[in-house]
Write a protein that binds this ligand. Structure first.
Ligand code: SAM
Ligand code: SF4
Length: 463
């Protein structure tokens, strides 16, 4: 249906392409050229079952991620500002029919308090989210909330440098208004690309309109949004169908607008209160299939950032860093007012349950121990390296020339301002090691200058 060709995608899945070793080797060799894969190739990789081929797939995904982005992992924190919702998504704790949850919209003052608590964890990026409720939380409220977040300074005089948003689909005219607001990526998950499943899972509210949601990114991109993020909620339908559809969506956007998705998110359904589809997950995705699908997406759309949230447990998250994940949330709360419980009697109940409940500090130390650079970089968006400009750098693997030094300078800030002694020690060691690997001598020299300026108290230096 529409640009998602369901029959064709089912055909690809049902064909059960003969996954011969030589075919897999050929596809993975093509993937290493960093130009992506076609849908037939993606379907073949999704059908891999044996361990040897899976391991080859995983190592290819890691190779691609490092070629494009280097070994940095960008960190962010989600900020939920309202749980009012007029939709009834069967998997979500915020659904309108869940009468057991206390409904709250944060005041601008409370949003500032939450922001401060997030800043004190060292974050510079926020993903702002809310339910869909036009009466309670329309576009004016969103814009005021964004202004409120940017206005906050923490004890180090630091501020949020990039806000991404994940909110209900907007109209053409709303996107035009949003154009003048300082946001990074605009994200909406299709949840499931399978029409019938979509209709079943979204029985009422505006979100029950499949087409309205499917064409969200067309409205966004044709009304001036620069970076958009897509995703599917894994567990609603066959994961192979969802991956093929995500790739078909990406190719469609790239061909039509010259801009593929800036990010692809891979949430799996987790238990949520009074949300039947989260208790009886229709198409549960096993851990091994989940690892496979992450690696396949990395091979198929090498230039796209891939986001993993704290829905997944820490061991699995650590493993997935090796298969192509490039952005992670840390220290997350999905209940309203969750960062600063002192805000009052807000509901303890989040949108869904989390499996990595460590503090940001713990996650960051662990990332360093794994040899990845935790990055708080927001440079591209602030330098206008967005949309096609970003893609022009990302597709040939040039963006890592900026990613790596920016990861080092933002990590340095973090170590000085927020880290405990052990993280400081490990982080400094990593910075010294990474400095040596910067391939461009000018950038290396400038990075060293930036680092010593940061030591002397300067902040926010980037390429
Ligand atoms: N309300 C807006 C919407 O639906 O587009 C904004 C995003 S909603 C706050 C964030 C996302 O959480 C949803 O798009 C959905 O994919 C995901 N989600 C909802 N229930 C979930 C669950 N039980 N487990 C994991 N993810 C869930
Ligand atoms: Fe509302 Fe979004 Fe939850 Fe659906 S997923 S019930 S739209 S908050």
């Amino acid at each position: 249906m529409y640009f998602i060709d369901e029959n064709y995608l089912h055909q690809l899945i049902d064909n059960k392409v003969n996954v011969e070793d030589t075919l897999v080797d050929d596809i993975l060799a093509k993937a290493k050229e960093l130009n992506g894969l076609n849908l037939e190739e993606v379907a073949t990789l999704l059908n891999i079952e044996d361990k040897g081929n899976l391991n080859k797939l995983f190592s290819t995904a890691l190779f691609i991620k490092e070629e494009i982005y280097g070994n940095r992992l960008v960190l962010f924190a989600p900020l939920y500002i309202s749980n009012f919702c007029s939709n009834n998504c069967l998997y979500c704790g915020f659904r309108a029919d869940n009468k057991a949850i206390e409904r709250t919209t944060l005041s601008l003052e409370q949003i500032k308090e939450e922001t401060k608590a997030i800043l004190e964890q060292g974050h510079k990026r926020i993903l702002m989210l809310m339910g869909e409720n036009h009466k309670e939380t329309g576009l004016d409220f969103l814009i005021a909330a964004i202004d409120a977040v940017y206005s906050v300074r923490d004890s180090k005089q630091s501020s949020i440098r990039r806000i991404n948003i994940e909110i209900a689909p907007l109209t053409d005219s709303e996107f035009k208004v949003l154009n003048d607001v300082k946001i990074g990526t605009y994200t909406v998950f299709q949840e499931t690309y399978h029409y019938e499943t979509y209709k079943k899972m979204h029985p009422s509210g505006k979100k029950s309109d499949y087409q309205w949601r499917l064409f969200t990114m067309d409205r966004a991109l044709s009304n001036g949004m620069a970076d958009v993020g897509i995703g599917a909620l894994f567990g609603l339908y066959d994961y192979r169908f969802e991956v093929l559809a995500l790739i078909q969506h990406s190719k469609y956007l790239d061909e039509k607008y010259g801009i593929g998705p800036h990010t692809i998110s891979v949430p799996r359904i987790k238990p949520a209160m009074n949300a039947p589809a989260s208790q009886y997950i229709p198409h549960q995705v096993s851990d091994i299939d989940f690892k496979k699908l992450v690696a396949v997406i990395r091979c198929a759309v090498p230039y796209t950032g891939m986001i993993l949230s704290t829905r997944e447990p820490k061991e699995l998250r650590s493993e997935l860093f090796n298969y192509g994940i490039s952005q992670i949330s840390a220290g997350s709360k999905t209940n309203i007012g969750g960062y600063k419980q002192a805000l009052g009697s807000f509901s303890e109940i989040g949108q869904f349950s989390l499996n990595d409940c460590r503090t940001s500090g713990e996650v960051i130390q662990d990332v360093i121990k794994q040899g990845y650079i935790p990055s708080f970089c927001t440079a591209c968006y602030r330098l206008g390296r967005v949309g096609e400009d970003f893609m022009d750098q990302a597709k040939p693997g040039l963006i890592k020339l900026f990613c790596q030094p920016n990861a080092l300078t933002t990590l340095k800030e973090y170590l000085i301002d927020y880290a405990d002694e052990e993280t400081k020690r490990l982080g400094e060691k990593l910075i010294q090691k990474e400095l040596d690997t910067i391939p461009n001598e000018n950038i290396k020299k400038k990075t060293k200058e930036f680092l010593s300026l940061i030591d002397k108290g300067n902040r926010d230096l980037y390429f």
